[in-house]
Structures are given as C-alpha cells and as structure tokens.
Design a protein around this ligand. Structure first.
Ligand SMILES: Nc1ncnc2c1ncn2[C@@H]1O[C@H](COP(=O)(O)OP(=O)(O)OP(=O)(O)O)[C@@H](O)[C@H]1O
Length: 346
C-alpha cells in the first residue's frame, strides 16, 4: 500500500458569512479542495488576488476552522484536535506571512521575539540556554555574527533581515511544515531571491515540507516541486512544476502564464484581472472561470467540471473530459488574447 501523504485536504470547504443580520451572504472562499502534500515536498499554490490562497493556508495552519470536509496532517484530523494535540500541532506547522514588519512586535528586541517562542515551547530551558539557541538560529538564517543583531529592534534591520527573523522564529519550535504566504512579495527582487535560497537551504537541512502561497509564477517556478492553480475558491489545475509551465491545460493557467513577466511572457500583452467575475457568493454549480473563458460552453455555466487526469497532471476543465489522458494543451493563447480583449457579454 502506498504511504499516505503528510497533508491531506479531503473535500475541504471554507465559507465566510458576511453582511448584516437581514442581508447575510456566504462567501465560498475554498470549495471542495482535494489536495495532498508529501513529506519533503514544496507545493506552490498560485492564483490571483481573492482566489482563496490565503484561506487555504490558514486552514492548514488551523488559524481558521474548516466549514466542511476533512483536513489531515500526519494522519490527524486537525478539526478534531484536543488541547494536547493542538499544542503539538502548533509546533509542527508554522506560518510565515508576507509582511515581516507586521508580524514582529516593534517594541521588543529581535532576540526577545525569537527567545520568547523558544521559552514557550521549552519551559525547561534556562535564560542562558535560550540565548544560545537564539544565537544558533540567527546564524542558521544568516544573521551573522549573531551578537551584532541580538539587541536590535525590528525597525533597526532591513526588510530581508526581518523576514530572516520571522523564519528564525518559525524554526524555533522545530516545525515539520512551513506555510509561507507570499514570503518575498514585499521585498526587492534580489533580496527575495536570497530569502528563497535560504528557504531552500533550510528545507534540505531541516527536512521541511512547504506550502508556498504566491500570485507570482516565477517564485513558484523557482521553489516548488509541484504547483496547484486556484481560481474562484477552486483548485483548477495541479501538476509537477516543469510540466505545468511547459504544457498548461487550463485556460486560466494559460492566462496566468501569459500575464507573468519574462521568461514566460513572449510578445503578448499582459491581461488584467477583471473585477470579481467569479462571484464567490454564488453557490450554484459551474466552472468558476466560465465568464472569462473564450472556450466556455453551455455546460460550463451549469455544471462543475470533474478532475481529468494525465499521470501527475490534472485539470478541472470540460475541454479535457473526452480525452483519455490529455497530452497537450487544447488552448490556443492567440484565440484567448483576442477574446479576452473583446467585451464578452454574458
Ligand atoms: N475574514 C473574511 N471575511 C469575509 N470574507 C473573507 C475573509 N477573508 C477572506 N475573505 C474573502 O474570501 C475570498 C478569498 O480570500 P483570500 O484572502 O483567501 O484570497 P487570496 O487569494 O489569498 O487573496 P490575496 O492574495 O488578496 O490575499 C475573497 O473573496 C475575500 O474577500
């Protein structure tokens, strides 16, 4: 029997209720997500703003409760954890947010910020032991010599150094899984690459598993072994990274690739996201992308497509339903660009 994945999303839903007492509506931020992440893997989750990426990340870190389905980490259903399991889980799964400044208390020294986390999870440690461990962590994340940084406050170090502190604090509890939500999006490109290199190095050293949330396919390509594409709260395509970039199936993935700066963009015009065409408040079954899709058929408006699979590459799109193992994309980007720039009236 094949080994079970470290992380398993099984038909996971997340709904937010918004509005006033008499005008409530449900926002279906994540719908029926099925997804595995294996130990030691880097899974990139990509999609435009509002597609549900952060919600997916917060479900995995148990910051948010799921509304439906099951979510297993290490074979434990995390929505049913007791107090002791929850504490253990908190040390197993850590999250890194996009704004390193916002996630560090400016009133404290950075050595205190990291040391406090060490102390909480290791109450037996003396102050001297905590300080030594902080220095070790500063060294591991490249803040050397650590003595030069111990007394600094978050506002006295650069953005890249702050993100290194956030990573050091995450490592302080010796996690198995790190969920990184746009960890480099607020940094200069060269600093962002340094942080990605650090994360890759730490993954090997500490045998970590990552879920990397990003709107940027270039970051996903740099780091991820596998990519899942989200649109309108739905996972629409999943594939090993190289295969996805070379042979994308879903019309939305093609749009995303074409909208990404070099090296993917050739001489095509970048396509701007349209205003909430997915309407996450509407629960009716459909392909969430049909309003923007030049290939939309009648049934895309009425039914949700199933997954169609070719080896490790799968897609939720009716274009592929009659093909036994699609081998290449059925989408022609020139048709796409032409139609996308025309006003499509639904
Ligand atoms: N706390 C909340 N209450 C109500 N709606 C929410 C809440 N958080 C997110 N949403 C809505 O859920 C949907 C998915 O949001 P989410 O933040 O997960 O997307 P995202 O892809 O991470 O976008 P971004 O990159 O902009 O953060 C959006 O429509 C958003 O407005």
């Amino acid at each position: 029997m094949s080994e079970k994945a470290l992380i398993r999303f099984e038909n996971v839903d997340k709904t937010y209720t918004v509005g006033s007492l008499f005008n409530k509506k449900n926002i279906h931020a994540v719908k029926n997500a099925n997804l595995n992440i294996n130990k030691g893997e880097i899974l990139g989750v990509v999609g435009e703003s509002g597609c549900g990426k952060t919600t997916l990340a917060k479900l995995l870190t148990n910051i948010l409760d799921i509304s439906g389905g099951e979510l297993y980490v290490n074979d434990i259903d995390i929505s049913k954890m007791g107090k002791a399991e929850r504490k253990k889980f908190r040390s197993e799964v850590q999250m890194i947010f996009q704004d390193p400044f916002g996630s560090l208390n400016p009133a404290h020294r950075i050595s205190y910020i990291v040391g406090r986390t060490i102390g909480i999870y290791n109450p037996q440690f003396t102050a001297v032991q905590i300080r030594e461990k902080v220095k070790d962590l500063f060294t591991i994340v490249g803040l050397t010599p650590p003595e030069d940084f111990m007394d600094k406050h978050p506002n006295q170090i650069s953005g890249g150094q702050r993100q290194r502190i956030v990573i050091a604090r995450a490592l302080a509890v010796e996690p198995e899984i790190i969920v990184a939500d746009e960890p480099t999006s607020m940094l200069d490109v060269s600093i962002g690459i340094e942080i990605m290199n650090l994360m890759l190095e730490l993954k090997e050293k500490k045998q970590l598993t990552y879920m990397l949330i990003t709107h940027n396919l270039a970051s996903a390509r740099y780091m991820a072994d596998r990519i899942v594409v989200m649109y309108g709260g739905t996972l629409v395509e999943e594939s090993p990274t190289d295969e996805l970039l070379e042979n994308p199936y879903h019309p939305y993935t093609i749009l995303l690739l074409e909208s990404t700066p070099e090296p993917y963009k050739k001489d095509k015009k970048a396509i701007e996201a349209k205003e909430d065409p997915a309407n996450l408040a509407d629960p009716s079954p459909r392909c969430m992308f049909y309003k923007r899709c030049p290939y939309a058929m009648e049934k895309c408006r009425k039914e949700e497509p199933n997954w169609y699979q070719n080896g490790k590459h799968r897609v939720k799109c009716f274009l592929y339903e009659n093909i036994d193992g699609p081998t290449e994309s059925l989408v022609n980007i020139d048709v796409y660009v032409k139609k996308e720039t025309e006003a499509i009236d639904y």
